[in-house]
Design a protein around this ligand. Structure first.
Ligand SMILES: Cc1cc2nc3c(=O)[nH]c(=O)nc-3n(C[C@H](O)[C@H](O)[C@H](O)COP(=O)(O)O)c2cc1C
Length: 363
């Protein structure tokens, strides 16, 4: 039995396998609009057989973009192209998901191949917001600390983006509460020095995320799954940590969240992260074991055998691959072959499907 290709039911949505395209910014949008690049990029992974494809961090507001080139879902005009992409993904038997995000104090930065650090306002940048006026790194702008009205706007923006995600045909939402972006910044004492009800104690630091989850669930139908991506640890003394992540995950489980996508880091520049094959799997395993919620493992999972072992050992319920999917958009098709599983190929490609070589007399 190969666990990687067992379907997974999440509420009313069934993934045909447990291989997930991890969200990956493409920095190929203007004013938040998806383009032909997104259609081909995401569409290729659907042709390649992924069970779930999570579109890159989509900003819930213009000021929530990491860079001016980010995907967005803050206005209805964004929807037609997203609908087209999602129709294609769905036609291929994959499930379209979206990562809803606010970049917080790490907003208004250059996209990776255009520069480094903060984009000044005279070049199309903006003043980022965060829990406290503490900059991420010296080449980032100091954020403006959100006031009470600003926090309410963030919650309302996530709610509206969730409603638009439904209209766009997405079947899964992942809330981005990892990698040092706004929701993670509130969780971590390193970036959150607030003295109101959104800072200080654990209960106060998680409040914004719980309120965003509740607002999302208000408009996101009961039969559709909700995922939260967290950075399980800041890898830094005095930062957000694994124990808090376990406690938070248990609370999310009873608040309508179906799966925790377990990443790490991103809130501290140059944190000592022991990067290596499957280095974050341990966190997905711990949260799954200690809370009973479904988890996703991500981070340097690159071979079918590694992916299968993680699931077969009960360390996670899905695997998310990012860079390997950029190298090999058809990863699931080839993983099936390598693991000896029969998987249907798109009919258009059927003639190229690898088969056992027939004995000479039968060719
Ligand atoms: C080009 C690129 C863009 C990324 N953009 C996002 C993103 O939008 N949201 C997110 O949560 N993670 C993002 N990530 C992180 C990946 O989703 C993933 O967690 C990380 O790359 C580790 O997985 P991997 O070793 O399989 O690449 C990005 C990674 C890459 C390589």
């Amino acid at each position: 039995m190969v666990t990687l290709f067992e379907p997974l039911a999440l509420r009313g949505v069934t993934l045909k396998n447990r291989i997930v395209v991890s969200p990956m910014c493409q920095y190929s949008s203007v004013d938040g609009f998806a383009t032909d690049w997104h259609l081909v990029h995401l569409g290729s992974r659907a042709v390649g057989g992924a069970g779930l494809i999570i579109s890159e961090a989509a900003a819930v507001s213009p000021e929530g973009r990491i860079s001016p080139d980010d995907l967005g879902i803050w206005k209805d005009e964004h929807l037609p192209m997203l609908q087209r992409i999602n129709a294609f993904i769905t036609d291929q038997g994959s499930v379209p998901g979206i990562q809803l995000a606010h970049a917080g104090r790490k907003a208004s930065t250059y996209s990776s191949w255009r520069g480094e650090g903060y984009v000044p306002e005279n070049e199309g940048g903006w003043v980022p917001v965060g829990p406290s006026a503490i900059e991420f790194a010296p080449n980032y702008g100091a954020p403006q600390a959100l006031d009470a009205a600003g926090i309410q706007k963030v919650i309302a923006d996530f709610r509206a983006a969730a409603a638009r995600s439904l209209a766009a045909g997405f079947q899964v939402i992942e809330l981005h509460a990892a990698h040092g972006y706004l929701l993670h910044e509130f969780l971590s004492p390193l970036s959150n020095h607030r003295t109101d009800e959104y800072g200080g104690s654990f209960e106060n630091r998680i409040r914004l995320l719980l309120e965003v989850v509740a607002a999302t669930r208000e408009v996101w139908p009961e039969e559709l799954p909700l995922i939260v991506r967290i950075s399980v640890t800041d890898w830094t003394e005095g930062g957000w940590n694994g124990d808090e992540s376990v406690q938070l995950s248990a609370m999310l489980k009873v608040r309508g969240v179906d799966l925790i996508d377990c990443s790490t880091g991103g809130n501290v520049p140059k944190a000592p992260i022991p990067v290596g094959p499957g280095y974050q799997v341990q966190f997905a395993e711990r949260i799954k074991q200690e809370t009973g919620i479904l988890t996703g493992a991500v981070g340097l999972i690159t071979t079918p055998a590694e992916a299968e072992a993680i699931l077969a050992n009960g360390q996670a319920d899905v695997v998310l691959l990012a860079r390997e999917f950029l190298r090999e958009p058809y990863f699931p098709l080839f993983a099936a072959r390598e693991l000896g599983v029969e998987m249907s190929w798109p009919v258009q490609y059927e003639r190229a499907k690898p088969r056992e070589v027939a004995p000479a007399g039968q060719r």
